[in-house]
Design a protein around this ligand. Structure first.
Ligand code: FES
Length: 574
């Protein structure tokens, strides 16, 4: 609503004279009857559909279901495209463009005659990107994620997208799988529309949207091809009209309590470490106080309840049939802020009361968890990561959580890949692989390259995990004892840039420490000899991004995009 109580869209469509005629007439070229301009809520449907983003390719169909719900409830739906970020194709990394999607969608929502918006996302970055946009504009909003693919099936067994790729790559390197078998397996992993069906970043962020209260209960888990996905989308179309009428905005839903709920749910589902970066960025748009240490502190007393790949055995389809996210949230009970309000207009507690669990193998009970409390995301600090780093304990090897080894340093993943198959590589199972200059500025875009495969000679000896340290991210579908998101990154002059091959490094996860065993005086000497890498780009988005991107410990937003500017627009030029 505007200050005088009129609907925001009516300042376009309800205007008199030439301006109003312009706004209405051109819309009628689409065949709309004049009644759609009678002051009813105008609902934007932001879709990240693209054939270049296969995880989101069915969102056109989802949008049609949303439109049905909007019409049913007396609204006027208008679908519009927002930048589609496909994780598998975009180079150098889709993360380079998350903030561009957020900026584009923010401007489109604000600049158009919309009273509310439905956000259609799926692949990893599309969910946080759209939530960041909606947070900054703060018009009523509902998210509908596209849902996971059906479970992959290969040689009679379930295979998880993403997670299986890492394993197949290692099996190929170790000679346990042929190239022909790999090609066949590719088709077995992606059997339907939808995003990755492990608890990767897409499934995690869909769950985070639901835990934050921004999408309807069960939205995160219905498979993309399930009729109930479309039923939920239609319901979301009805709900957004209610939200506009009640003026319930993202800032009233995504409160500090909602973020605390999301962090605890993320621990319970064994969610992706990428949620740390994305939730920090969304909170930054809303002005909610949240910092890196909250992710460790709030998760300390939350056990992992969900037995899903990559931390466990099952896949999103199993999670759906076992009861979905409401069953997990109901199980968490008093660990959550039950009075947090959601897009349903009801509280979290009201949404999940009575949510059944149908399979305790998949969703464990709080008193019989899949993994004990304290095995979630650990936040590490020390002279190697003064601003923090993270490690996903549930995906790591227990015997490596306290480890001391000599560094083997590479200034890029490519440099490491050039020697990974080298039989003479000076590495054993105690070696600490350091891969650097892969952070937000360094790569640029902070790609998911931290979990580099182990040296081939060690894989052949049966070694399955080693400590790896990197200023990049790791796919939510990946596993291993990998220290991620080291801040400040090497390209920003963080101490990671000063490590040399042969240095001793100590990882002590129980004490939350990451220590480079080099005297301060020696580090100062090395710093005096260090030169920053040249800029990644002289023009365009990459230049804007690298000049303004913040570090991982605050969410990698651009410094000038933090916060919100609301839904008010500049003067009408017509
Ligand atoms: Fe799109 Fe995994 S590649 S969700």
């Amino acid at each position: 609503m505007t200050n005088n109580g009129a609907r925001r869209s009516s300042t376009w469509f309800g205007a008199s004279g030439r301006a109003g005629m312009n706004h209405r007439s051109w819309m009628r070229s689409q065949g709309f009857t004049p009644e759609v301009f009678d002051g009813r809520p105008v609902i934007g449907i932001a879709t990240t559909w693209s054939e270049l983003a296969p995880c989101n390719v069915h969102l056109h169909r989802v949008a049609e279901s949303v439109k049905r719900g909007v019409w049913q409830s007396g609204g006027f739906p208008l679908e519009f495209p927002a930048m589609a970020l496909g994780e598998t194709l975009l180079r150098p990394t889709a993360m380079l463009y998350r903030n561009l999607l957020a900026m584009e969608a923010e401007e489109l929502i604000r600049a158009n005659p919309l009273d509310g918006v439905v956000l259609l996302s799926g692949c990893d970055k599309t969910t946080p990107g759209l939530l960041m946009a909606a947070s900054s504009v703060d018009l009523p909003a509902v998210m509908v994620t596209g849902g996971p693919m059906l479970s992959g099936k290969y040689q009679g067994a379930d295979v998880g997208s993403g997670t299986a790729v890492w394993r197949f790559e290692e099996d190929l390197l170790a000679g346990r799988m042929t190239a022909e078998e790999c090609v066949f397996a590719e088709g077995c992993m992606a059997r339907s529309n939808g995003h990755c069906m492990t608890m990767g970043t897409a499934s995690t962020m869909a769950s985070m949207a639901e835990a934050l209260g921004m999408q309807l209960p069960y939205s995160a888990t219905w498979p993309a091809v399930d009729s109930r996905r479309y039923e939920t989308a239609q319901r979301a179309g009805q709900v957004i009209v209610d939200l506009v009428n009640s003026d319930l905005r993202p800032s009233a839903i995504m409160t500090r309590d909602a973020f605390e709920n999301a962090i605890r749910v993320n621990a319970a589902i064994g969610g992706s470490t990428n949620a740390v970066i994305h939730l920090l960025a969304i909170a930054g748009r809303l002005g909610v106080e949240l910092d890196l240490d909250d992710f460790d502190a709030l998760a300390q007393d939350v056990p992992t309840l969900l037995n899903l790949q990559p931390s466990g055995q099952y896949l999103m389809e199993d999670f759906c049939y076992a009861g979905g996210l409401p069953a997990v949230m109901r199980e968490l009970g008093g660990l959550l802020h039950g009075d947090a309000v959601t897009v349903t207009g009801r509280t979290v507690a009201e949404n999940v009361v009575g949510a059944p669990c149908w399979n305790r193998e998949v969703i464990h009970a709080l008193d019989d968890p899949f993994q004990p409390a304290g095995t979630g995301t650990a936040v590490l600090r020390g002279n190697l990561a003064p601003d923090g780093a993270v490690l996903k304990q549930s995906a790591a090897s227990a015997h490596l959580l306290k480890h001391r080894g000599r560094a083997l340093v590479f200034d890029s993943p490519e440099a490491y890949y050039a020697v990974v198959a080298d039989q003479d590589l000076d590495a054993d199972e105690d070696t600490v692989l350091v891969i650097r200059y892969c952070g937000p500025r360094g790569y640029p875009g902070m790609p998911e390259v931290a979990n580099v495969p182990l040296p081939a000679k060690l894989l052949r000896r049966g070694v399955r995990d080693m400590v790896r340290i990197c200023d990049a991210r790791m796919s939510g579908t990946a596993y291993g004892t990998v220290v991620l998101h080291v801040a400040p990154e090497a390209a920003a002059g963080g101490p990671l840039a000063l490590v040399r091959t042969g240095d001793w490094i100590t990882l002590d996860v129980p004490s939350r420490l990451l220590t480079l065993e080099v005297p301060d005086a020696e580090l100062e000497l090395r710093r005096s000899q260090w030169t920053a890498p040249p800029p990644q780009a002289s023009r365009g988005w990459t230049r804007l991004y690298t000049e303004h991107v913040q570090q991982a410990n605050t969410g990698c937003d651009l410094d000038f995009l933090v916060g919100g500017s609301g839904s008010a627009v500049g003067r009408d030029s017509h």
